[in-house]
Structure formats: C-alpha cells, structure tokens
Design a protein around this ligand. Structure first.
Ligand code: PAN
Ligand code: ZN
Length: 192
C-alpha cells in the first residue's frame, strides 16, 4: 500500500482492462461464490464443468481512516448461472453512513442497491455514467452483457469497512435475470 502522502496519478484503464498501477488484485472464482446465485442446481452444474473467474478487483489501497479515499477497478466478466447474470457478492459498508462513487468505463450493467428499510433501487451502468451509492445502501454490480466485461472505477471513504454478512444471510431483494435477450429485475423468492 502506498501510505506516503505524496500526490500520484496513473492511467486508470489499460488495454487489458486493468489499471496501470495497483497495490492488490483479487479474483472471485465461481467456487468461492456458493450461495450467491439463486439457481443452486445450475451453480453446481456449472462448477462441475469449470471454475471461471466471475469478477476481479484491482485496489489502490489507502490507510483505513476517514480522510483517505481507497479506489480501484472492478471488472465483472460476462456470464450467467442459470439465467442470472454474473455479479459481485455485494455488501454494506461496516460504517453505514459512508457512501461510494462508481464510474462506468466499459460495458453495460446495473448497480443493484437496497437499504435496511427494505427499499431497493437499480441504476444503469454504461460508459461515462456515474452511480452514486448513498450512505446506508448495500450495493452489487451486475454485468448485463454476455460477451463484454463490465469495468467500473470505485472510490469510497477509508474508514468505511465492508460488511458481507448481512447480504450473505438475507440476499438481495431483487435478482437480475437474462430474459429473451434482455434483462429482467425480479423478486428474490429467498429474500428474508
Ligand atoms: C468495491 C467492491 C468490488 C467487489 O471495491 O468491493 O466491486 O464487490 P464485492 O466487495 O461486493 O465483492 C466496493 O464497493 N468497495 O466498497
Ligand atoms: Zn462498497
């Protein structure tokens, strides 16, 4: 992590859908996402064939304090499990009153959001479009393309932290499904 308090700049997107610099890179393979997709039989069938990378993240890490702004690139690959599009796990920030900005560089998709009052929202991702995730909203990126990566730049407050547990337990209220060449946002029957 670059903890030095010195300005820096870099090309955020190279030809390989990765930033010119990063401190950490992680990949989420299908095998690490058990329980995420609604069609469990389709998930097991896909996994029996292969263990593809569903999404990956390049982080420019910063100290986990309020004044800092960690940022990075999220790349959700194209694909589906059953008819549900590839997506990120999704999370709340551990410190609920922290927001996040996402800016779409490539591809097309949705930011699916919901808050603890049970209200949900979806905002479109396409190149040049910014999505603002207000404090208190869980967020999940969904790739609506079956042949192109969804590449977004994110920036969030250093002290935000990540809470995956609430979403792992409850799921999101809505699922984003591939439907006849298009997409449909439907109720999640397993949502608690
Ligand atoms: C992003 C996300 C990234 C991966 O950095 O962490 O897109 O999604 P999951 O964390 O849900 O797997 C962010 O929102 N940070 O706060
Ligand atoms: Zn976040």
């Amino acid at each position: 992590m670059n903890t030095v308090n010195t300005p820096f700049g870099f090309d955020v997107l190279t030809n390989e859908n990765r930033p010119a610099r990063h401190d950490n890179h992680y990949q989420r393979c299908l095998s690490s996402l058990r329980g995420l997709f609604s069609d469990e039989a389709a998930y097991e069938a896909e996994l029996a064939k292969a263990d593809p990378v569903v999404y990956e993240v390049y982080e420019i890490r910063r100290p986990e304090i309020a004044g800092e702004l960690p940022h990075g690139l999220s790349v959700v690959h194209p694909g589906q499990v059953g008819t549900e599009f590839y997506m990120t796990k999704g999370h709340y920030h551990a410190v609920r009153d922290t927001a996040e900005v996402y800016y779409c560089l490539k591809g097309r998709g949705l930011m699916l959001m919901e808050n603890e009052a049970g209200v949900w929202a979806a905002e479109e991702f396409r190149p040049g479009r910014l999505v603002y995730v207000p404090p208190g909203w869980a967020h999940r990126s969904v790739n609506l393309s079956l042949d192109e990566d969804l590449v977004t730049l994110f920036v969030y407050p250093g002290h935000a932290g990540h809470d995956y547990g609430a979403i792992e337990e409850r799921g999101f209220r809505k699922l984003v499904m591939h439907n006849d060449g298009s997409s449909a946002i439907v109720d999640n029957p397993a949502w608690k």
